[in-house]
Design a protein around this ligand. Structure first.
Ligand code: ADP
Ligand code: MG
Length: 227
């Protein structure tokens, strides 16, 4: 069903510091991400985009407010339960790829499955399929420093989708890429979206935002416009 809510943020605030020096990175933010959404998050630097993504990705917890992921209240979970949830339900892609330098592309993609109960041969097969999906079949045994930036980001995307997450989050995924590589990565996101993946992507580039079906504009820790 297309209207199913995957992630629901209600009155989410994230405060750093206290008293007069408090920084409200998020200030009573509300956001519903629906199944099948392709949402671009935009807004000036410092408007709270990354903070919101880290909370959506369960990499950080809010100071106040409620986060429901597939109907489960994230604030009720222990750190271990949160780690499991992150592993099973969420994929995260960063601007700087965050790949293990001493591991091959294949090993990097297999990593999130270490926690899942899957046999080694099954894991390898799934990782190979994910790398095939991102067009890197012939680069599986290369380490990150033997790959271009665009190829490294595709490895990171393969790693992010390996456990079939209900939500794929990408914080400025093309920020470190040149324009032709950006195009490749955006085409890949388009394909993933067509295959039914729910995608939230932070960008300040219009060409990136144009691919998305919805846009959320952040200002001062809130969304001031959804279009
Ligand atoms: P964006 O991604 O839109 O550039 P961020 O979410 O990174 O914005 O930051 C929002 C606000 O929160 C900024 O004012 C930033 O300085 C502040 N901030 C983010 N992380 C921290 C932190 N760990 N400690 C203190 N302030 C922070
Ligand atoms: Mg940011």
């Amino acid at each position: 069903m297309l209207n199913e809510v995957v992630a629901k943020l209600t009155n989410i605030s994230k405060h750093y510091g206290e008293g007069e020096l408090v920084v409200k990175a998020l200030d009573k933010l509300n956001l519903d991400v629906h199944k099948g959404d392709y949402l671009a998050v935009m807004g000036a630097s410092g408007s709270g985009k990354s903070t919101a993504m880290n909370i959506l990705g369960c990499l950080d917890r809010p100071t106040f407010g409620q986060y429901l992921l597939n109907g489960n209240a994230v604030e009720d979970l222990s750190d271990d339960e949160l780690a499991d949830l992150r592993n099973q339900e969420l994929g995260f892609v960063f601007q700087q790829f965050h790949l293990l330098q001493d591991a091959s592309a294949l090993e990097n993609v297999m990593l999130p499955m270490l926690y899942a109960c899957i046999t080694p041969s099954e894991r390898k097969k799934l990782a190979e399929t994910a790398l095939e999906r991102v067009g890197l079949t012939d680069r599986m045994n290369n380490r990150p420093n033997q790959l271009s930036g665009g190829q490294q980001q595709r490895v990171a995307i393969a790693r992010a989708i390996i456990n079939k997450p209900s939500l794929l989050l990408a914080d400025e995924p093309t920020g470190a890429l040149d324009s032709s590589t950006t195009e490749d990565v955006l085409n890949l996101f388009d394909d993933l979206h067509k295959q039914g993946i729910t995608l939230v992507l932070v960008t300040h580039e219009d060409e990136v935002a144009l691919r998305a079906k919805k846009k959320a504009l952040f200002k001062d820790g809130r969304i001031i416009k959804i279009s």
